[in-house]
Unconditional design. Structure first.
Length: 721
């Protein structure tokens, strides 16, 4: 009898444990200038709410169970792994020093994360310096390298490290000769995101950004940051502040600003700094480089964000900048910092009405700059004296990055990307006009992609603006309305979605689908006006451009509303979240990872005060109205048939608070009448996803694609049980 009771009690306990936790609505309203806003899941913002935390845990378990039980998911994942294995290793964070030493991360297929390697010359033997798997093993955390910076004499490498998908981490110092770590470890830092690490000219220490508060539950989280100098050998918490709100009261610095000091070298006369953050234009300052030795640096204004200048380069007393002032496709200007005159500055490279200036470098040979047309067609130019000539690139380029090989070399390092060609590096000899391959790895062949077609088009949006759209599909595409379409986009911070070789998106095409990149407003694909027309009060253009792209594909009989999935993440959450809340009938699936889905509450999120520069300040009526308009959570309505959604978040995300995705998912679950799944996938070992290993990325994309294809009715993808 006792045994029977125990068995029954055990069974009952399991039934209760498996029952779905339903989060109920709780009345809560805000009154903004007479407008009442309902926020029934406001209580989910409380990190100490035990029921909410149980709900997060349950969704983590149940979403994993569901996604793993979609037939075909395993095949997508295994195909991605098989494609990766053709590349025996990946190279990242490549640093080439003035004497051609190379420091870089190398990740073999068998590695979970990259290891630090070193070569003393192009043909020298490769040496393993540091494996992060051995770092703090006893703590049980998984560390990865997020940033590396060798000292000028190449004797020490400063290494940024973070654990378990987090971004904020620490800096360790490695002795190159002995391959051992120095005892000092700096915490409270984020070098991969906050302008990296700069070595002092005598290699005695580094400049980095110190974050006083790194507890995401604290109201001062990542606020009041400081650029500091740390001297090797000092206690890790000892540093000299050189740029901060408290240290520089003469400069108007807000709590959310990141006071950043930029790279410098021994050839420089000045150092530069800015009030950085989630914004395109910034206030810049400069000081004589010798002031790094002073107790306090006398920062002088270089220009204000209202001057609309980018990418400053100080060469002696001359300031070169990219300017968008009255030139949406940009121009390169030059003025003297002793008496700067931006209104009448010398125009070094005039605006091109068709191509947008992307980047530039200056060396002993002259000025070199790259351009893009619609963000997808790149060109390279050289200016010597008054002569500008186009440099014929060795292969077709969707995107080009240019950099000096090193400060003592007249040559350039050119990196070329495309939708169907992997990253290729070339050394360019300007004197001989010769390109030579500088790839660290041999080119990899992907015969699966040989019959893929890239089509670049422009389609009219709701207001007649022509939106660039990139389509990738297999030859012989049938316009029978039956193609499964995946549309990606972003549309914030002026970031252009340039052509990149992404195996995971090409795998969608391998599965018979059409991949679409919508270059919506809010990016800079068509210059500065394209960015400003998807910014704050004009933000609706961003999701209306995406809606127009979907409508075009349906009109052209490429697909139907039963075959369209849209995907994005982070600030792209505004794009996809508002697209389905404005036109839920147009999409079959929405996929959103770590999305900004509740912009009206941005100010209350850990990284929110920084993001207000891009999206709007709630204390300004017009900007608050813009934040409300772009808020996907606030636009969810009861009784609407919303599409199937896969909403995911990493609980270690330092950029977008996990409760944002949680609130959106909870309200959508309670409001949608379509009976289509609203899956909330929670990963307790992930952050924003920027430092994910390929294994983690491929698992994520296998989840997303299997979910979308299942909902689209692809017979290979079914829920097994």
């Amino acid at each position: 009898m006792k045994l029977f009771f125990l068995i029954c009690a055990f069974a009952f306990t399991n039934i209760v444990a498996s029952q779905e936790i339903i989060l109920t609505e709780k009345p809560f309203t805000d009154n903004y200038y007479g407008k009442v806003i309902s926020d029934p899941y406001r209580y989910m913002e409380n990190p100490d709410d035990t029921l909410v935390q149980k709900w997060f845990r349950q969704n983590s378990i149940e979403s994993r169970k569901l996604l793993d039980n979609i037939s075909g998911r395993k095949e997508i994942f295994e195909k991605l792994l098989e494609l990766e294995k053709r590349n025996s290793f990946d190279i990242s964070l490549l640093n080439i020093t003035d004497n051609n030493y190379s420091f870089y991360l190398k990740k073999l297929n068998s590695d979970k994360t990259g290891k630090l390697y070193f070569k003393s010359g192009e043909k020298a033997k490769e040496i393993l310096l540091f494996d992060p798997a051995d770092y703090k093993k006893e703590a049980g955390s998984n560390y990865s390298i997020t940033y590396i910076k060798p000292s000028w004499n190449n004797n020490i490498v400063a290494i940024g490290l973070a654990k378990n998908g987090e971004e904020i981490g620490e800096i360790a110092f490695l002795n190159v000769k002995t391959k051992t770590l120095l005892p000092e470890v700096i915490t409270h830092c984020w070098p991969a995101a906050l302008a990296g690490i700069k070595w002092l000219l005598d290699d005695s220490g580094i400049v980095y950004i110190h974050i006083p508060v790194i507890d995401s539950k604290d109201k001062n989280y990542i606020l009041n940051t400081e650029s500091v100098i740390y001297k090797i050998g000092d206690q890790p918490d000892k540093h000299k502040i050189i740029f901060s709100k408290n240290n520089n009261p003469e400069i108007e610095i807000t709590n959310a600003d990141f006071p950043v000091v930029y790279d410098f070298n021994s050839n420089d006369k000045y150092i530069t700094a800015s009030l950085s953050g989630a914004t395109t234009y910034e206030d810049y300052y400069y000081a004589h480089i010798t002031e790094l030795k002073n107790q306090k640096i006398n920062w002088k204004p270089l220009y204000k964000k209202e001057d609309e200048l980018l990418n400053p380069k100080l060469i002696n007393d001359n300031l070169y900048c990219v300017s968008s002032k009255n030139t949406p496709n940009f121009k390169i200007i030059k003025t003297n910092i002793i008496s700067p005159d931006f209104e009448n500055a010398e125009i070094v490279v005039a605006e091109n009405k068709i191509e947008s200036i992307d980047d530039y470098v200056i060396n002993k040979e002259g000025l070199f700059y790259s351009t893009t047309k619609n963000g997808v067609e790149a060109k390279l130019y050289e200016k010597k004296g008054d002569i500008i000539k186009q440099i014929q690139l060795p292969i077709k380029a969707g995107a080009v990055t240019i950099q000096n090989n090193n400060s003592n070399n007249t040559g350039l390092l050119i990196t070329i990307n495309g939708w169907l060609n992997s990253k290729s590096r070339y050394s360019y000899d300007a004197q001989k006009n010769i390109f030579s391959e500088a790839n660290i790895t041999a080119p990899i062949l992907y015969p699966e992609f040989e019959d893929f077609v890239v089509e670049e088009i422009e389609i009219p949006s709701h207001d007649g603006a022509m939106v660039p759209v990139s389509l990738i599909y297999k030859k012989g595409l049938k316009k029978d309305k039956m193609n499964n379409v995946l549309i990606d986009g972003y549309g914030s911070f002026g970031i252009s979605l340039k052509p990149r070789f992404k195996i995971f998106y090409l795998s969608w095409v391998l599965n018979g689908g059409v991949f679409v990149e919508a270059h919506v407003r809010g990016g800079s694909e068509k210059g500065n006006d394209w960015y400003k027309n998807g910014y704050k009060s004009t933000k609706p253009n961003t999701w209306k451009d995406l809606i127009a792209a979907a409508e075009y594909l349906i009109k052209e009989k490429i697909t139907s509303n039963e075959k369209i999935a849209i995907t994005s993440g982070s600030a792209g959450g505004i794009l996809v979240g508002r697209a389905i809340t404005e036109r839920p009938d147009l999409f079959k699936v929405m996929i959103c990872k770590n999305g900004e889905l509740n912009t009206e509450r941005l100010k209350e999120t850990p990284n929110g005060p920084n993001c207000l520069k891009e999206f709007g300040n709630p204390e300004i009526k017009e900007e608050l109205e813009a934040l409300i308009e772009m808020d996907s959570y606030l636009h969810i309505k009861k009784g609407v048939q919303y599409p199937a959604c896969l909403i995911s978040t990493g609980m270690n995300d330092a950029r977008v608070a996990p409760w944002i995705s949680g609130k959106f998912a909870a309200r959508l679950k309670a409001s949608s009448t379509s009976k289509k799944p609203i899956v909330f996938a929670v990963n307790y070992n992930a952050g924003h996803g920027l430092d994910n290993s390929n294994l983690e990325l491929y698992n994520d994309f296998a989840d997303q694609f299997a979910f979308a294809l299942w909902q689209m009715g692809n017979p290979k993808f079914k829920l097994l049980n």
